[in-house]
Ligand binder design. Sequence first.
Ligand SMILES: *[C@@H]1O[C@H](CO)[C@@H](O)[C@H](O)[C@H]1NC(C)=O
Ligand SMILES: *[C@@H]1O[C@H](CO)[C@@H](O)[C@H](O)[C@H]1NC(C)=O
Ligand SMILES: *[C@@H]1O[C@H](CO)[C@@H](O)[C@H](O)[C@H]1NC(C)=O
Ligand SMILES: *[C@@H]1O[C@H](CO)[C@@H](O)[C@H](O)[C@H]1NC(C)=O
Ligand SMILES: *[C@@H]1O[C@H](CO)[C@@H](O)[C@H](O)[C@H]1NC(C)=O
Ligand SMILES: *[C@@H]1O[C@H](CO)[C@@H](O)[C@H](O)[C@H]1NC(C)=O
Ligand SMILES: *[C@@H]1O[C@H](CO)[C@@H](O)[C@H](O)[C@H]1NC(C)=O
Ligand SMILES: *[C@@H]1O[C@H](CO)[C@@H](O)[C@H](O)[C@H]1NC(C)=O
Length: 528
Amino acid sequence: MPSITNTALIGLIAAVGASAWKDQCEGFKANIPNVVMKSTYYPAGALVNLTSPSSTVNTKTLPAFCRLALTITTNVTSGNQALTEVWMPDAWNNRLLGFGNGGFSGGVVYSSLSYDGVLQGYSSFSTNTGHQSSPINGTWALNDVNAQKDFGYRAFQLSYQAAKTLTEQYYSKSISKKYYLGCSTAGRMGLVEAQRYPKDFDGIVIGSPANPVARLAAWNIYQGRQVLPVNGTRWISPATWSVIHKEVMKQCDGIDGLVDNVIDDPRQCNFRPEAIACGPNDDRSTCLTLGQIAAVRALYTDWYSSNGTFIFSRFEPGGEVAYATSYVSGPNIALGPEYWKNMIFSDPKWDYNTLTVDDVFRAIQSNPGEIDNNGYNYTSYFAGGGKLLHYVGLADQIISSGNSYNTYNSISAFTKENTNMDPYDYYRFFPVPGMNHCNGGDGANAMGGNNQRSAGQPPLKTDAAHDILAAMVDWVENDNAPTQLIATKYNNNNATQGVQFTRKLCPYPLKGVYQGGDQNSSDSFTCM
Ligand SMILES: *[C@@H]1O[C@H](CO)[C@@H](O)[C@H](O)[C@H]1NC(C)=O
Ligand SMILES: *[C@@H]1O[C@H](CO)[C@@H](O)[C@H](O)[C@H]1NC(C)=O
Ligand SMILES: *[C@@H]1O[C@H](CO)[C@@H](O)[C@H](O)[C@H]1NC(C)=O
Ligand SMILES: *[C@@H]1O[C@H](CO)[C@@H](O)[C@H](O)[C@H]1NC(C)=O
Ligand SMILES: *[C@@H]1O[C@H](CO)[C@@H](O)[C@H](O)[C@H]1NC(C)=O
Ligand SMILES: *[C@@H]1O[C@H](CO)[C@@H](O)[C@H](O)[C@H]1NC(C)=O
Ligand SMILES: *[C@@H]1O[C@H](CO)[C@@H](O)[C@H](O)[C@H]1NC(C)=O
Ligand SMILES: *[C@@H]1O[C@H](CO)[C@@H](O)[C@H](O)[C@H]1NC(C)=O
């Protein structure tokens, strides 16, 4: 008998295993009504080079997986369709993971499927939500109630059903647990699922949910109007935003006991822009004019209608570097106007300067496509044992972080008022000081949030202590509710350039308080 080394034997078994998976993938047929499917097998380390209107991957780092590209007819009468992909790794961890989208996109999120999905062993799915478009283009919704409904919830729900069935058929095994991970519009989609289809997921992790869209899309315009037009009397240039940032830090960085260029709780910062008002002889690039002071005051104040009804939260002090590059830095406030043009007024020529508070309250009522949740009732999800983890960057430049506090407080209050459940047993909220929208910023921001890995900001370790999705798995499967998370700030927000510092993120209302010692180590902080 020829002798065979152990290494060669292992290689042989792996090759046979891979070839079996390849055959299984390429020959995989499933008969799901209204779904057309195409399968492609990617061996470990194969080039995966895919582009959709919202995401691109170009990598050779993925493990072996079977890619199913589905076309789902969401309404047979109208013929509306969703493009959905299900990626199933050979080395499956027995779990299903669903992802959502950003803005008004419009495309399968390949970055999520790759880095948050198959690379972590999950059978993963993502949908274009029923249309192809960039995140800031809403023309697909014009006079198309089916497209609106698909974006609201239907395309994702049908994708979930298909992904669940296909995964179980492919592996001939039932799924052990089902998870969801998403930030921004994807955060809204996670909340919608928890409320509408409370049995679908065991654990839902959301960041900065874009919900309610009716309020958010109005606030985008309201904030923009505070500073526009470009070069007008209230205009704030990027250079002036830097001046404001310096003064914000001077006034508020130390409130949390540590001067570290991160404001831990910006709600405690009552910024006074008049402190840098221009005197008669001041260089205008180093101070604020009266118009700019008025604009800053409005931007940093919660928005109420004239009869005292709350509409949306303010920009939080500390995020100025990002505010300078966001929609208030120019007329690029497309996300807001697209909603009103295409879903509310059905008028591509509608002028955002005409938006009124009455329009906002009417849009909240009409809720096209049912894209916004109905109040704060999540009791069915919690009663079924479902867990919800929620994070938000406190320097979020797209959706005020105050919206996340409102969501958390309102859901918790509803649960307490209407059930015997303690919402803290099901729902925890982790504010991330200094993080921008979903990732980036000056604070410790890498903690396993959606699409952080693909942005070069992976968690320091893929464990329950550092990675919010791993923490969710530990909560669901081992009943270890997360009491803290360690987040990492990389040099230049780039993991290949090394760790700058780590911090503790704490479940609200706790905060990570400095106890003395090395400021760069999370060990020097305690949640209290
Ligand atoms: C990836 O795909 C794009 C577009 O299809 C193509 O231009 C590019 O050459 C591909 N990259 C590699 C490394 O094959
Ligand atoms: C499907 O589309 C048709 C035609 O637009 C519409 O009348 C019907 O209400 C839609 N059905 C559902 C379930 O959305
Ligand atoms: C939005 O998409 C539509 C349809 O694809 C296209 O005609 C339009 O130019 C796009 N608008 C912008 C601002 O990109
Ligand atoms: C605003 O002013 C800057 C500097 O003077 C100028 O370069 C720019 O073109 C102006 N932008 C507009 C939209 O007027
Ligand atoms: C305040 O005004 C809005 C918009 O006009 C209206 O919808 C709302 O009912 C009013 N609220 C109260 C308390 O009067
Ligand atoms: C919350 O929603 C559930 C499911 O729809 C419903 O059974 C329950 O009555 C609602 N709770 C309240 C207080 O409205
Ligand atoms: C991260 O840093 C490395 C090494 O300096 C560089 O090659 C890479 O392009 C950076 N990545 C990003 C996303 O900037
Ligand atoms: C913390 O990190 C900064 C650089 O980010 C460095 O200048 C400082 O020396 C570090 N402090 C300690 C105690 O290591």
